[in-house]
Design a protein around this ligand. Structure first.
Ligand code: FES
Length: 361
């Protein structure tokens, strides 16, 4: 039984205790991740010992589950993810979805993105049991916070960070989940989700939605009814959403008053902002360059400094973070806090908000 659940039961409380939550939401990096204070060279830095891939199984249409084993792995918190360094050198982030108490293995699941950039295809087609892989993390950018009630919205593989949250919530917690997917066969963990919700079996959206669980297979049920989901949501409810951009945007737009929103993105938010060229001075290197409208700042910088660290190129891993010395930034990431944004930027997606930027590199 997870520590959180035990602690809360002993206290006779339905809600997470502050202390338990503090323990759970603290990021517990297994191997230190790149930080601004560290020199930037090569990618990615601070890798782990290698973990052995002991299981690679298909658990739903287009979804494989990976089990990576090693000795004495540090604990992780619901919402945490792992960076997998693939044999090609690509690095991809996957939410941990296995047993919180298991310190000998990590479990992640990956959906095949047919029109992706190759990472998920490599995971599906080139990884085989027995291989050893490097990982970075775990890191938690999607921690479970204390709240009087919870609404979870998962789209497809977006169920993976939410599953450990559901397992960790104490008995009696007020929560509900809307879990959607293109087809029922493409939705992993249906059986476990049904058990956690107390329905014993997956429920249909129209007919069998329990108080807690609404399953929506788009080919059978159409689009999820978010207005119904958010009806009568108590003040202070924490809403967690992970899934396709369209789903997260819809949840954002319908967020009930008094609720707090927590999003986990593994794909960049599309920007409608028009790109314009700007000048960048790399002060420590003594170089000044122009970033064209059709290039990212990262690409321009790497032409001058090829060892500049990067990974996801989509503004959610943090590897490319750099300190800003002068100039305004047009932040286009989903990762940095306001405090971090005041002095730094992610050069893979963000651009200048003025004619000129000066970076500490
Ligand atoms: Fe991942 Fe920039 S490379 S945030």
């Amino acid at each position: 039984m997870p520590k959180l659940r035990t602690a809360a039961l002993v206290a006779g409380a339905a809600l997470l205790t502050r202390q338990a939550l503090r323990r759970r939401v603290q990021a517990s990096p297994l191997w230190p991740m790149p930080a601004l204070e560290q020199p930037v060279s090569g990618r990615p830095r601070s890798r782990s010992p290698r973990l052995r891939l002991t299981s690679h199984e298909t658990i739903a249409d287009g979804v494989v589950r990976l089990r990576l084993e090693g000795g004495g792995l540090p604990s992780w918190e619901p919402g945490a993810h792992l960076d997998l360094v693939l044999p090609s050198g690509l690095v991809r982030q996957y939410s941990l979805c296995g047993d919180l108490e298991d310190t000998s293995s990590y479990t992640v699941a990956a959906r095949l993105a047919e029109d992706g950039r190759g990472g998920s295809r490599e995971v599906h087609e080139r990884l085989t049991e027995g291989m050893e892989l490097e990982v970075c993390g775990p890191r938690n950018r999607f921690p479970l916070v204390e709240a009087p009630s919870y609404v979870f919205v998962a789209g497809g593989i977006g169920i993976t960070p939410i599953l450990p949250m559901l397992r960790a919530l104490p008995d009696g917690t007020d929560w509900r989940l809307l879990y959607g997917g293109r087809t029922r066969a493409s939705m992993p963990f249906l059986e476990e989700v049904g058990k956690l919700a107390g329905t014993g079996a997956p429920a249909r959206a129209e007919s069998g939605a329990s108080g807690r669980l609404t399953l929506v297979a788009e080919d059978e049920d159409g689009r999820p009814d978010l207005d119904a989901l958010f009806a009568d949501v108590p003040k202070g409810t924490a809403v967690y959403c992970c899934g396709p951009e369209g789903l997260m945007t819809a949840v954002e737009a319908r967020l009930p008053e008094g609720a707090t929103l927590h999003l986990e993105r593994f794909a960049p938010r599309t920007s409608s902002d028009e790109n314009v060229p700007f000048e960048v001075e790399l002060r420590r290197s003594g170089r000044t360059l122009t970033v064209p409208a059709d290039s990212t700042l990262l690409a321009a910088v790497r032409r001058e400094l090829p060892n500049t660290a990067y990974s996801c190129e989509q503004g959610f891993c943090g590897t490319c973070q750099q300190r800003v010395l002068e100039g305004e930034v047009d932040h286009r990431d989903e990762l940095l806090t306001d405090a971090e944004r005041s002095g730094s930027l992610l050069i893979c997606v963000s651009r200048a908000g003025s004619d000129r930027l000066v970076l500490d590199m």
